[in-house]
Write a protein that binds this ligand. Structure first.
Ligand SMILES: Cc1ncc(COP(=O)(O)O)c(C=O)c1O
Length: 393
C-alpha cells in the first residue's frame, strides 16, 4: 500500500470532495483519502462479479470475525448474542435514545464533542446536558464533579461517552473510565459508549472498552463499534451495536425491524468480514503513517504557525486546533481558512460553544497534501498578521 498516492476523489460522490471550487483542500469529515486494503477490494470485486445483490443477512463468519477482532485488539470477550446491527452509529444511537428516554429527560455529553450527538438528543425532545471537558495547558480531561451533579438529576437517563474522544483525541484511562462507571451506576444513568475510533489509537496508549471497566456496567451500557473508521468503509454502512442487556437488545432489534433497517447492505457484510479477517496488517501500517503525519503536522505548526496550537491526539486521524491566538472565532475562523487558505476544516463551534475558537483538521491524507495544506495555512496566517499590523498603525 502506497500511502503517498494521491487518489483522485473529485466526482466520486464523496461528501468530503463534493464542492464547486476544486482548489479547496478538504481536511474535514472523518474519512480517509487512502484506498482500502487489498482484501476489502477483492471482497468487493468478488461480490460484484457474483452479480446478485438481493436481501442480505449475517453469517457465523461475520459474528466470529467481530468477536476475534475485539478479543485480539482490545482483550474483550464478546458474546455473539450481544452483537446487533445498525447501518450507522448515529441511526443506532437514535433508536437507543428513543427506547431509553422520554421527552424532557436529560442526556449528558462531554463537549466539545462530535456534533451529531446534539441533534440525536434533541430528536427525542430531550435536553442536552453539557459536562464540558476541562481544557488546561493544552490537555483535556473530564470534570467529574460536574458529571456527578448532572448524573444526580433524576431527569438524567443517559451519558453518551465518546471513547476515544472526537474531536479532542483523548483515549480515556482506566481510572477515568472507572470513575465514569461509578457515577453512572450510582445514579442509574445508562452509558452509550461510542468506540468507533477505538482501533485508531497511537503507540503507547491503550483503548479500554467500556465493558472491561466494571462487570455491573455491562447491563447498563451499549458499546458502539464499526469497521467504518478503522478501515475507511463508512460508505458501506455496516455498524455494530453490542448490547449485553437482553431486554434492551430485544427492544432495540424490534425497533430496527419496525423501521425496516435490520437487513445489512450486501457489500457491507463482505467488507466487514474482509476487514476484520485480513485487514490487520493494513491497519498497523496505516497507524504508522498516521503517526508520522501527526508528528509532521505538529512540528510544522510549532515551528511555523505558533498561533495555531494543536491538541495532540492519542487516537483518531483528527487534530483539534486551538486558534485562540488568531483573534477569530465561530464562522469567521472557519471562513478565514476556507477563503484565505482554501482549506476546508470542520467548524469548531459546531462541536459546542467551547469549540468556537477551534477547527478540526483531518490528517488522513498523503503527506504531500498535508504539507501543502500546512503551507497554505502558514501563508494565510502570515498575510493576516501583516494586514493586522498595517491596520493598527
Ligand atoms: C465519534 C463518532 N461517532 C459516530 C460517527 C458517525 O458514525 P456513522 O456514520 O456510523 O453514523 C462519527 C463519524 O465521524 C464519529 O466520529
Amino acid at each position: 500500500m502506497n500511502w503517498n498516492d494521491c487518489v483522485e476523489r473529485h466526482n466520486t460522490h464523496s461528501v468530503k470532495w463534493s464542492f464547486s471550487d476544486e482548489e479547496i483542500i478538504p481536511m474535514c469529515i472523518a474519512d480517509m483519502d487512502f484506498q482500502v486494503s487489498e482484501a476489502i477490494t477483492e471482497a468487493m470485486k468478488d461480490k460484484a462479479k457474483h452479480g446478485i445483490y438481493g436481501y442480505t443477512t449475517f453469517s457465523e463468519r461475520y459474528f466470529h470475525n467481530i468477536q476475534m477482532w475485539w478479543e485480539k485488539r482490545h482483550g474483550l470477550k464478546v458474546d455473539k448474542e450481544w452483537i446487533s446491527f445498525s447501518p450507522g452509529i448515529i441511526p443506532g444511537m437514535n433508536i437507543l435514545l428513543g427506547i431509553l428516554t422520554e421527552p424532557g429527560d436529560g442526556v449528558i455529553v462531554q463537549d466539545p464533542v462530535y456534533y451529531p450527538f446534539y441533534s440525536t438528543i434533541e430528536n427525542h425532545g430531550c435536553t442536552v446536558m453539557k459536562n464540558t471537558l476541562t481544557y488546561e495547558e493544552g490537555i483535556y480531561s473530564m470534570d467529574f464533579e460536574d458529571l456527578e451533579s448532572k448524573a444526580k438529576d433524576p431527569k438524567t437517563k443517559v451519558l453518551i461517552l465518546c471513547s476515544p474522544h472526537n474531536p479532542v483525541g483523548r483515549v480515556w484511562t482506566r481510572q477515568e473510565l472507572e470513575r465514569v462507571a461509578e457515577i453512572c451506576l450510582e445514579h442509574d444513568v445508562w452509558v452509550i459508549s461510542d468506540e468507533m475510533h477505538g482501533d485508531l489509537v497511537f503507540e503507547g496508549t491503550v483503548h479500554h472498552p467500556i465493558f472491561s471497566i466494571d462487570e455491573k456496567l455491562q447491563q447498563r451500557s451499549i458499546l458502539c463499534a464499526a469497521p467504518s473508521k478503522t478501515f475507511n468503509i463508512a460508505g458501506l454502512q455496516t455498524s455494530i451495536l453490542m448490547i449485553p442487556n437482553k431486554e434492551l437488545r430485544e427492544t432495540y432489534e424490534a425497533k430496527l425491524l419496525s423501521f425496516g433497517l435490520s437487513r445489512p447492505n450486501a457489500f457491507g457484510v463482505e467488507g466487514t468480514i474482509a476487514a476484520y479477517e485480513q485487514g490487520e496488517p493494513w491497519l498497523n501500517d496505516l497507524l504508522m503513517y498516521l503517526e508520522e503525519n501527526l508528528r509532521f503536522a505538529v512540528n510544522y505548526l510549532k515551528e511555523n504557525i505558533p498561533s495555531v496550537k494543536p491538541v495532540v491526539p492519542e487516537a483518531t486521524h483528527l487534530i483539534w486546533l486551538d486558534c485562540s491566538d488568531l483573534g477569530m472565532e465561530h464562522e469567521e475562523l472557519f471562513e478565514f481558512f476556507l477563503v484565505e487558505a482554501k482549506i476546508k476544516f470542520d467548524e469548531g463551534y459546531k462541536f459546542g460553544p467551547s469549540g468556537s475558537k477551534f477547527v478540526r483538521m483531518n490528517i488522513a491524507c498523503p503527506r504531500e497534501r498535508l504539507n501543502l495544506a500546512l503551507r497554505r495555512m502558514d501563508e494565510a496566517v502570515l498575510r493576516k498578521r501583516v494586514e493586522d499590523r498595517a491596520s493598527s498603525v
